[in-house]
Design a protein around this ligand. Structure first.
Ligand SMILES: Cc1cc2nc3c(=O)[nH]c(=O)nc-3n(C[C@H](O)[C@H](O)[C@H](O)COP(=O)(O)O)c2cc1C
Length: 194
């Protein structure tokens, strides 16, 4: 029996990085909101590599991560293979504080699917005291808006990103500022592709 509270996960939505494996054996990672409601877990996932992989092999691992760079990189580009560790054939992020592997049952929708998640095994690798930091939280908010901006190209998302950047510059760690730099660089790349 997995004691989910040990992972700092409680009712509501926890932002994790979900790692999955494609049918061809290629690892993927993306930030996804892990919903917990009445001790049941689920995710609402838009059409994406993560969803394709879950539809392919019905498994995903929630990586509990406190690295802002990994959130930005996995949301807006691909994580390089060297940042994954394969255990029993499944990919986890090397820098994870802990992971939970889920069996996945997918109710497929046209644009968004509901994935019911049943925990099967887990591990805590590192325990850390993490004080609340507005800079880190602002990177996460900016990254959510960046994933919307690259799809919908609406200026209001850039305005939100610039607002959260002011908080990162005021309160964030050097790592948070590096993550924001990566975010702006990756957005610029998307703009060049349009
Ligand atoms: C903090 C955070 C939470 C996110 N939560 C979700 C989510 O719950 N469902 C979803 O479909 N996308 C979510 N996203 C967006 C995906 O991470 C993003 O679309 C990503 O590019 C998907 O990558 P993939 O194609 O490699 O799966 C979230 C992004 C961030 C930054």
């Amino acid at each position: 029996m997995i004691d989910i509270k040990e992972f700092g996960i409680h009712e509501g939505i926890s932002e994790v990085i979900l790692s999955t494996l494609s049918p061809e054996g290629i690892p993927n990672a993306a930030p996804i909101g892990l919903h917990m409601n009445d001790r049941k877990f689920f995710a609402r996932i838009y059409n994406s590599k993560t969803l394709d992989n879950i539809l392919g092999n019905h498994a995903a691992a929630a990586n509990i991560v406190d690295d802002p760079f990994l959130f930005v990189q996995s949301a807006l580009s691909d994580i390089e293979p060297g940042k994954f560790e394969l255990k029993e054939g499944f990919p986890f992020l090397k820098d994870t504080l802990g992971w939970i592997v889920f069996d996945c049952r997918c109710r497929k929708g046209e644009n968004i699917s509901v994935v019911e998640l049943s925990p099967v095994r887990s591990k805590i690798l590192r325990r850390k005291i993490i004080p609340v930091n507005r800079g880190f939280n602002a990177v996460i908010e900016a990254t959510v808006h960046a994933t919307r901006y690259v799809v919908l190209k609406e200026q209001r998302y850039m305005d939100y990103i610039n607002y959260y950047d002011t908080i990162v510059q005021k309160c964030g760690s050097p790592g948070d500022k590096d993550a924001m730099k990566l975010l702006f660089d990756l957005i610029r790349l998307y703009r060049l592709k349009i």
